[in-house]
Design a protein around this ligand. Structure first.
Ligand code: GDP
Length: 361
């Protein structure tokens, strides 16, 4: 069954200056567009481009900052949108001058935080494909520092303002004690009321970094994550499978994995496998009137790599697939080790078919 009750989709807002790469990210991650094709994307003049996708586990919207997007524009109900948003991704073009972007980021974070203090703020330092590794780290450090300095300055300003008002208090001692008390209060309040510090990611649509970053952003929005990870841990420790991922098929974002480390190559192989499955199904699996993603309950694939590894993909829900890695030997023993999930326990079902993963959810 659908572990997410069908309803609770992570809602994400993608924001940033014009030409920072928002549409490209959307097209590459959610519409399988190849990165080179994004060169020809037309710029739109709309402030808000809606894309509440029906095909993906994630739903999201794009907001542009043209000249001056107005938080004061009464036709633009940003409060309502911020209220329903789980994560706000702010895209900064690392190949451009980012002073303007940083001031927008600052404005956005402070505004959004006021409306909804539970939003996760995520900054994509984007288009890093042209930069050397050293240069990437340097950019990240610089942007990180400037963004946080801005936010810290905002907090300091408030303290500063408070100090000024105390000079109207006549008695020195009263002034002293009241000031210390307020300073104490302000410092402690700051840690409570200060916007949650943004997280930073280096991204590019020309490699898997954009998918990896999106995966992290989405995972933070899934309250069931620890349970899913735990189930995947139990699953791999009992089934001869070495690594298991739960993927959103359309976006190739991974929702969860077991707690063994993820290396980029493994992740890329999963993405490639999903592409192969969807492409083959598109070519051979669609009948006339069917539209959309050719992915259903029957979807399943096995790919044998030439290094004795087997990859196994299986449909889990309308949006999600389980992708596993196992050794050829474990795979050959199919039929002997089949497990089923009952509540939080797995129990062995001897002779239950020959499909080692079909029973997990
Ligand atoms: P938007 O206005 O924020 O939606 O920006 P677009 O998606 O239209 O992108 C603006 C330009 O940036 C396009 O020409 C894209 O090809 C380019 N672009 C987007 N992402 C990347 C990236 O990761 N690396 C590079 N080098 N260019 C990118």
């Amino acid at each position: 069954s659908d572990p997410f009750g069908g309803e609770v989709k992570p809602r994400i807002l993608l924001m940033g200056l014009r030409r920072s790469g928002k549409s490209s990210i959307q097209k590459v991650v959610f519409h399988k567009m190849s990165p080179n094709e994004t060169l020809f994307l037309e710029s739109t003049n709309k402030i808000c481009r809606e894309d509440v996708s029906n095909s993906s586990f994630v739903s999201f919207q794009i907001w542009d900052f043209p000249g001056q997007i107005d938080f004061f524009d009464p036709t633009f109900d940003y409060e309502m949108i911020f209220r329903g948003t789980g994560a706000l991704i702010f895209v900064i073009d690392s190949q451009d001058d980012y002073v303007e972007a940083l001031s927008r980021l600052h404005l956005t974070v402070t505004r959004a935080y006021k409306v909804n203090p539970n939003i996760n703020f995520e900054v994509f330092i984007h288009k890093v494909d042209g930069l050397s590794d050293d240069h990437k780290i340097e950019k990240q450090r610089d942007i990180h520092k400037r963004a946080n300095d801005d936010l810290a300055d905002a907090a300091l300003e408030r303290i500063h303002l408070r100090f000024l008002s105390f000079y109207s208090v006549k008695t020195f001692y009263v002034n002293f004690y009241v000031t210390s008390f307020y300073l104490y209060l302000e410092t402690n309040m700051m840690s409570i009321s200060h916007p949650s510090a943004p997280s930073f990611y280096l991204t590019s649509i020309y490699d898997h970094s954009i998918f990896e970053a999106f995966s992290k952003v989405v995972q933070k929005l899934i309250p069931q994550l620890p349970t899913l990870e735990n189930l995947l841990n139990i699953f791999i420790s009992n089934s001869g499978i070495e690594k298991a991922f739960l993927f959103d098929v359309v976006s190739k974002i991974y929702i969860a994995t077991d707690s063994s480390p993820v290396d980029m190559q493994t992740y890329e192989l999963c993405c490639d496998m999903i592409d192969v499955v969807i492409d083959i199904s598109c070519i051979y699996g669609l009948t006339g009137e069917e539209a959309g993603i050719p992915y259903d309950k029957e979807s399943m694939a096995i790919i044998r790599l030439n290094n004795t590894t087997v990859m196994y993909l299986k449909e889990v829900t309308k949006f999600l697939a389980l992708v596993c890695f196992l050794r050829e030997e474990s795979f050959e023993r199919k039929g002997q080790r089949v497990f089923v999930c009952q509540g939080h326990k797995f129990s062995q079902l001897p002779g239950h078919g020959s499909d080692p993963v079909a029973c997990i959810f």
